[in-house]
Design a protein around this ligand. Structure first.
Ligand code: SF4
Length: 198
């Protein structure tokens, strides 16, 4: 029975939680659309600019971006073509494979990122006002949900501690061998620059 059937939804906490998450997913879409409209770009174009700004060059190929955002390569290629026409990105061809390239932002691209990357601020402000104990519970649940959805292959690329070759457990606690430190709940990362696939 559908969780969107209100009788089912309101009689069952599991259904209400999932319906609530669906409502939250709309928040990001709405906030991103508002920013995209201001700059005459599409939401995915804004997301690509923000991602490219904050990730290493090896993560800016068409293949990687397609996997990251769960789009086909032609869709990402088209979005990149528009960003290039608008002079917001530059392509750097791989000398070993001229069909492949990485992408960097131009000064104008970086300016757009500065003006748009705060699109989630309304949520950040609410979270900042939440108690530390509630934040911890929230984070533990969110990171667990992400890893389980990744295992089910609902979400693809996950540079999280739980998928990383440097992650281990010591005395039943999370541990990063690269940083050589215990990872408390708040230290678990879902997008780590040092991540390496296990
Ligand atoms: S390298 Fe990063 S992702 Fe990997 S275990 Fe350490 S903190 Fe986590």
């Amino acid at each position: 029975m559908s969780l969107f059937n209100l009788e089912n939804q309101n009689a069952n906490l599991d259904n209400k939680i999932v319906a609530g998450l669906e409502r939250l997913s709309q928040v990001f879409r709405i906030l991103l659309w508002n920013k995209a409209k201001e700059h005459s770009l599409s939401p995915i174009q804004i997301q690509l600019l923000i991602f490219i700004q904050h990730h290493s060059a090896d993560k800016t190929t068409i293949s990687y971006l397609a996997q990251e955002f769960n789009f086909t390569k032609p869709t990402i290629s088209d979005a990149i073509k528009v960003l290039e026409q608008k002079k917001l990105i530059k392509k750097f061809t791989d000398s070993n494979d001229t069909r492949s390239y990485t992408i960097q932002l131009t000064a104008s691209g970086k300016k757009i990122v500065t003006e748009t990357e705060n699109f989630a601020n309304p949520l950040t402000i609410i979270i900042a006002k939440t108690s530390e104990a509630d934040k911890m519970v929230l984070w533990q649940n969110i990171s667990n949900l992400i890893i389980q959805l990744n295992k089910l292959e609902v979400i693809s690329v996950q540079r999280t501690c739980f998928n990383c070759k440097h992650y281990t457990t010591k005395n039943k606690t999370h541990f990063c061998n690269l940083l050589n430190q215990k990872l408390e709940t708040q230290d678990i990362r879902i997008d780590c620059g040092e991540f390496e696939n296990a």
